[in-house]
Write a protein that binds this ligand. Sequence first.
Ligand code: G3H
Ligand code: ZN
Length: 299
Amino acid sequence: MRDPLPSASTLNDLLPEAQRHGYAVPAFSARYLACVRPLVEAALERRAPFILEISQRELGWFDLTPEAFRDEVGRVVSDLEVDLPFALHLDHTFAEPLVVEAMDAGFTSVMIDASAEPFDVNVARTRALVEEAHGRGVSVEAELGRLTTTDRMEAEGGAAAYTDPEEARQFVDGSGCDALAVSVGTAHGVYPPAGPTIDFARLTAIRRAVGSTPIVLHGGSGLPADLVARAVRLPGGGISKMNIATDFEQALLGAMDHGERMTSAALDAVDPDVRARGLAAVRTVAVNKIELLLAAGRA
Ligand code: G3H
Ligand code: ZN
């Protein structure tokens, strides 16, 4: 078991502060190891707290392990002498053994995504993981309601998938999770031309129902600035963490004129000048997200 990354924080160090002061912490899904550095550079440039994350599916797509991701984050944070609050977070993970592997690797925060399970099973699995994680000083994000992908919104999205506020209250009380990912209209991936909608009445009701438990908005890529601003500034406290993945990968591949996703190692083998163009584009998008979430200057 590795020690948690020195100087890394948990969601409990980052999100309540964000909620109190009316901003949201950008959660950067780096996907490629080479993207870690420009994301951290963006946070340093804008003096913002941040979260670096990777999910179970992304570990597979990009042929990475939690240890490899943790080691790259450790290298970059040390190299850039990062003096900002940040967390190393395992995103959407469906199997407890991988969550434990990430905690063993030194992740300071994890997500157990049991949202496909019946309510009681989701509560029980989350509660069990919360006990294990809290014993290690690691924070836990959970999900209630279904977050689908933008290409399946028609079939799987809609109000039936959304988070029920009363269930959310029971869920946070029963599971003890440190942050709750909610389904209120956003989805993972590139939104259709009609764009996303956010059920703000529902988000407000969830905020009231879950008290001080920070709320996480997933599917941050492609969200119009006015929707993000409204979600951050919700009366009574808005979202405290927003996850972004697709916008970074699209910026990277677009700037390199490279159409296809590749493994992290394959990106490391791309011509350095071409890769540098892609990484510069990632940094620009990250600065924009930091500004959008009102996180600039908070650290
Ligand atoms: O968990 C990761 C995020 O929800 C990614 O969503 O790719 O639409 O930004 P996105
Ligand atoms: Zn997500």
